[in-house]
Every structure is written in C-alpha cells, then in structure tokens.
Design a protein around this ligand. Structure first.
Ligand SMILES: Nc1ncnc2c1ncn2[C@@H]1O[C@H](COP(=O)(O)OP(=O)(O)O)[C@@H](O)[C@H]1O
Ligand SMILES: [Mg+2]
Length: 283
C-alpha cells in the first residue's frame, strides 16, 4: 500500500528550478532513498512532503489524503529531520526532547528515545557542547518522539563518525522491521546501497530511475566472471561471459587443470550506475 504518492510535482524558486515533474510513490514499510548530487532537488522534495513548502504545482497524497487537506494532525504521524538540526544549545539533550515532546498529544518517553539513538549517557549535557554527530543523533531522536509512521530524513548520516553511522543505520533497519516507512535523501552511494529498498536517482530536479540497488547492480553489471588461477607457477587471470558459463570449455578446462585462487563476477558500484544513467557524478 502506498503511503506517499507524488504526481507531477513542480516547484520553482522564482526562475530557479527546485524540482520538475516529480512522480513517484513510496510503499508502507520501505526505506526509499533519493540519491543525487548537490542542488538536485532533494531538500526541496522533503520540504514539500512535510508541508514547509506549500506553493508547488501537482499533487501529493499521504496516507491516501491530499497533503493540502492535512492539518496539524499530520505532524503527529510523521518525524522530520533536516541536514542542519534546529535544537536549543542552552538546554541539555533531555531538556530539548522534553520541550519538543510538549507539542505532541501523544509521544514516546524522551529518555527512551535518547536510548534509541545511543545518547542516554549524554542526557544532561548541554547541546552547546555536542559534536556535529551528536547533534545529528539528537535531532533524529526529536524526530522519533511522536512514534512516527513515516520518517523524513534529509541527509541523515552526513557528518556522523562510522560508529554513530552504524548505530543509526541499524536503528533505521530495525524501524523498517516494525513497519515504519522511511523517506531519506543522500548523496552517498553507500548509504543508498546499504539502507534503501528502492533508490531514486535525482538530477537537476527530475527523477531518472527508481529501482532496488542490488537488482540494479545485477541488471547493469558487466556479467563477466573473472578467474584467478596458477599456471606454471605463475598467477594468471581470465575473463568469461557469465552467460552459459557451464558450457564454456575454456572455463571448465581451467577449473579442472589449475589451482583456482579466486572467482568473482565484476559488479559496478551504485555510483558507476548513477554516472551511466544520468551522465552526472554524485559529488
Ligand atoms: N530558497 C531557495 N531560493 C532559491 N533557490 C533555491 C532555494 N532552495 C533551493 N534552491 C535551488 O533549488 C535547487 C535544488 O536545491 P535543493 O533542493 O536544496 O537540492 P539538494 O538538497 O539536492 O542539494 C538548487 O538549484 C538550489 O539552488
Ligand atoms: Mg539538500
């Protein structure tokens, strides 16, 4: 069941193109990612989806209801975190969450939410003392307060150290298991590759392709099998097409007659595919 449906959405900032003819839908419980370089229109899209930008053309339906007809109740159902968190630096982490929680009719326990993002030991520290990564995690905690059905995350892993990034990725994967839908943006192919059930390539305000990352790599892969083996005390490599490999006599002969060191299929990265499809690099 689609929870986000976007049809022909277009937003210009005066003469400047934000997004153009965007159409896509996101299914309940999936992690859906917008992957694209700076200026592609990712943040604009998130702002439209969370009703910060209202003057757009086209239609957005969330939970089958026109976004223009959603009132404040909408913010009890979604969680939103942008690239640059807006938190109170003179309050502690826990005080921030308690403050934001007071806006909701129903919300999770602020301390529990701090635990979810791994900040429980920092509860009583001032946000002014927080690193960029910690601030980012706290902002995600804030987004989780209403126990949202959909999480909108603009560049959620940007600026996080590897350990924190791992923690947040695991949290998002766990939330997906529990049925939460995640819409995220990134310009990092590893994030898209590892987290997203479907990734949409966005360039110059428009979507170019939507697919599952692993399927994409299979479809767009070179379909070549590379064999490394030892012959006459020498290291050799040979390449064969994946198609009808079992009937390839040269391949079979090598398997029979030589010591095999490694066999692998050549797989492109998501960034390779992005470049091939859009003609643009990610960074
Ligand atoms: N407030 C704004 N005023 C004018 N142009 C803007 C504004 N916000 C974004 N844009 C332009 O819209 C395009 C898309 O920007 P954005 O959605 O921020 O891209 P991304 O998040 O993918 O980097 C860019 O060309 C950007 O310069
Ligand atoms: Mg952006």
């Amino acid at each position: 069941m689609p929870v986000i449906e976007v049809e022909n959405v277009r937003k210009y900032y005066g003469e400047m193109r934000g997004v153009e003819n965007l159409s896509f839908s996101v299914e309940k419980g999936e992690i859906y990612g917008f992957l694209g370089p700076n200026g592609a229109g990712k943040t604009t899209t998130v702002k439209i989806l969370v009703k910060i930008i209202k003057d757009y053309d086209g239609t957005v339906r969330i939970f089958k209801k026109d976004l223009r007809r959603w009132d404040k109740d909408y913010y009890g159902k979604i969680g939103v975190s942008f690239e640059f968190p807006a938190l109170y630096s003179k309050l502690t982490a826990l005080e921030n969450l308690e403050f934001f929680a007071s806006f909701y009719k129903r919300h999770l326990d602020p301390f529990e939410v701090l635990k979810m993002v791994g900040l429980e030991t920092e509860a009583d520290r001032l946000v002014a003392e927080f690193s960029k990564g910690m601030t980012k995690k706290l902002d995600l905690a804030r987004a989780l307060l209403p126990d949202p059905e959909i999480l909108f995350l603009d560049e959620p892993l940007e600026g996080l150290d590897p350990t924190s990034a791992r923690k947040i990725k695991d949290l998002l994967l766990e939330m997906r298991e529990n049925g939460t839908t995640v819409f995220l943006t990134t310009h990092n192919m590893y994030v898209a590759d590892e987290l997203c059930d479907r990734v949409a390539f966005i360039v110059e305000g428009a979507l170019r392709l939507v697919d599952n990352p692993s399927e994409l790599k299979v479809k767009m892969g070179k379909h070549i099998v590379k064999v490394e083996y030892v012959a006459n005390d020498d290291l050799k490599t040979a390449e064969f097409p994946l198609e009808n490999l079992g009937e390839n006599e040269e391949f079979l002969r090598i398997l029979k007659e030589h010591e095999i060191l490694r066999i692998n299929t050549e797989e492109p990265t998501l960034e390779d595919i992005f470049l091939r499809v859009t003609g643009r690099r990610l960074v």
